[in-house]
Design a protein around this ligand. Structure first.
Ligand code: ADP
Length: 497
């Protein structure tokens, strides 16, 4: 793929429309023949027609995944061979960095500088990290207190795994789901988000090229209420891994009850980002800026509640506002763009609806506060928005907005801010900015969230566990913690007498 496509037709993958789905190693249209449009959010125009999977397609994909799990080459591969396939996939992802980054930016809207420097390399990194785990799934020998018994455990794959992913980091979310599942020997039916199916489908081609046996990875694009719901309810799916809204997470859990699927959920957040007066304010302001505006705020860990100590509140807010106003908004493919469009019309309406709610409840947008106009009016652009005069009870301080909107809240003491920060149904992530090491660790212990970042924000690494407390979900991704989600333990007793 050559560099810098400014026109989607320059991407070869988009010329073969409608884009098909991957079932049992074959690229096929939907059983119904239906397709749906995926939109370029920078322009509001159709980017591609994609096969629209529904329950019949899910049935076929699950059957293919079951067959690949029970028979065929996959269960006979050695751990080393599974690891090699994942490593090969990482290499292929890297080799196609430009093409994958452009597809991601066109479909999602995110700035190309981030898709190229973060989304694609981190995807490759994820496959490479889990390639290493394939050969390290060890059981234990157990010193039981019954004479003559030799007792040990085996770590076995769970089986057919359904994976439902969101639209904010389409490629990375695919890798977070696929890499550990495959390292552990499972087979997969992946359903990308309807807003952003393209990069996962292109990844499917690379999965085939890497040499994964047919049926090991099946990719069925389609809508949540149809394809997603069918996957979550399917009686022959052993586990569902889901990333998305808390509302849908609850539906997934209900749908899983039929055959008691294992479920892991990575859900919403309303993460507090807390600046103490002794922090290095230059870095804290920059951190507050990226915590909320990275990926247009469409990040489950977005630092959307900015708690700032009263003594530095005005200073931090004016620094944040100035920096927000300097961000360059524009189409993601422009290398100078800092802030792209939101993913969809629906998301645009949702975010601007929250902005209006904030204003009506008495908060004041000191920066931004509306949809972008003039030459960006056809896309789904919302100005980076900083709200002052916010109360903890306001809608914008409680609900997940999933957009470039931050609620600033002054505080006075450690205990007070910890209590207010924890007063949320969510508990995904939190940020703390301070140079006092005791205060940093105290806050890390007090905050009820799955991740705490100190003097940094939005750090992710394939080796570091990630997941939520409270209604932000359960189960962990990344690191060795995720292996529990994709394996089950068998205990073997052998009488040696
Ligand atoms: P958002 O509201 O931000 O779009 P969702 O939680 O609705 O996030 O979507 C995340 C993923 O869940 C997407 O792949 C979507 O298609 C899927 N999804 C939505 N509704 C359902 C459902 N009822 N059952 C299963 N999957 C669903």
């Amino acid at each position: 793929m050559t560099t810098s496509a400014t026109d989607p037709t320059e991407i070869a993958f988009l010329r073969q429309q409608p884009v098909k789905m991957l079932i049992g190693g074959q690229w096929v249209p939907a059983a119904s023949g239906k397709t749906f449009a995926t939109i370029n959010p920078a322009t509001g125009t159709v980017l591609a027609q994609v096969a629209e999977g529904e329950s019949e397609d899910i049935n076929r994909a699950v059957a293919a995944a079951r067959k690949a799990f029970e028979s065929g080459p996959w269960p006979k591969l050695t751990p080393s061979q599974r690891g090699r396939l994942l490593w090969r996939l990482a290499e292929l992802v890297e080799q196609h960095t430009t093409e994958l980054a452009e597809l991601e930016t066109l479909d999602n809207g995110k700035p190309i500088k981030y898709s190229r420097a973060a989304d694609v390399p981190l995807t490759a990194d994820h496959f490479r990290y889990f390639a290493g785990w394939a050969t390290k799934l060890e059981g234990e020998t157990i010193p039981v207190s019954i004479p003559n018994m030799f007792t040990y455990t085996l770590r076995e794959p769970v089986g057919v795994v359904g994976q439902i992913i969101p639209w904010n980091f389409p490629l990375q979310m695919a890798s977070w789901k696929l890499a550990p599942a495959l390292a552990c020997g499972n087979t997969v039916v992946l359903k990308p988000a309807e807003q952003t199916p393209l990069s996962a489908l292109r990844l499917g081609e690379l999965i085939c090229e890497a040499g994964f046996p047919e049926g090991v990875v099946n990719i069925v694009p389609g809508f949540g209420e149809t394809a997603g719901a069918a996957l979550a309810a399917h009686p022959d799916v052993d586990k569902i891994a889901f990333t998305g809204s808390t509302e849908v997470g609850k539906k997934i859990l209900q749908a899983s009850a039929g055959n008691l699927k294992r479920v892991t959920l990575e859900l919403g957040g309303k993460s507090p980002n807390i600046i103490f007066p002794d922090a290095d304010l230059k870095y804290a302001v920059r951190g507050a800026l990226t915590a909320i505006f990275f990926n247009q705020g469409q990040v489950c860990t977005a630092g959307s509640r900015l708690f700032v100590h009263k003594s530095v509140y005005d200073q931090v807010l004016s620094g944040l506002s100035d920096a927000a106003q300097k961000m360059k908004m524009g189409p993601g493919l422009d290398p100078a763009t800092d802030l792209g469009p939101l993913v969809s019309q629906e998301q645009l309406e949702r975010v601007t609806g929250y902005i209006e709610a904030g204003k009506q409840e008495g908060a004041v947008a000191i920066t931004g506060g509306k949809r972008a106009g003039s030459d960006l009016a056809n896309g789904y652009f919302v100005e980076p928005t900083v709200f002052d005069k916010v109360e903890d009870e306001m809608t914008i301080a409680r609900e997940e907005i999933f957009g470039p909107v931050v609620a600033a809240l002054p505080f006075e003491s450690v205990e007070e801010v910890a209590a207010r920060a924890n007063r949320s149904i969510y508990g995904l992530a939190a940020g703390v900015w301070t140079n006092d090491v005791k205060q940093a660790h105290k806050m890390a212990a007090l905050l009820k969230s799955g991740v705490v970042w100190v003097n940094t924000y939005n750090q992710f690494d394939a080796a570091a566990p990630f997941g939520g407390y409270k209604q932000s979900g359960y189960g962990r991704e990344m690191g060795h913690a995720v292996l529990d989600a994709y394996t089950q333990i068998k205990t073997v007793w052998v009488n040696l007498r």
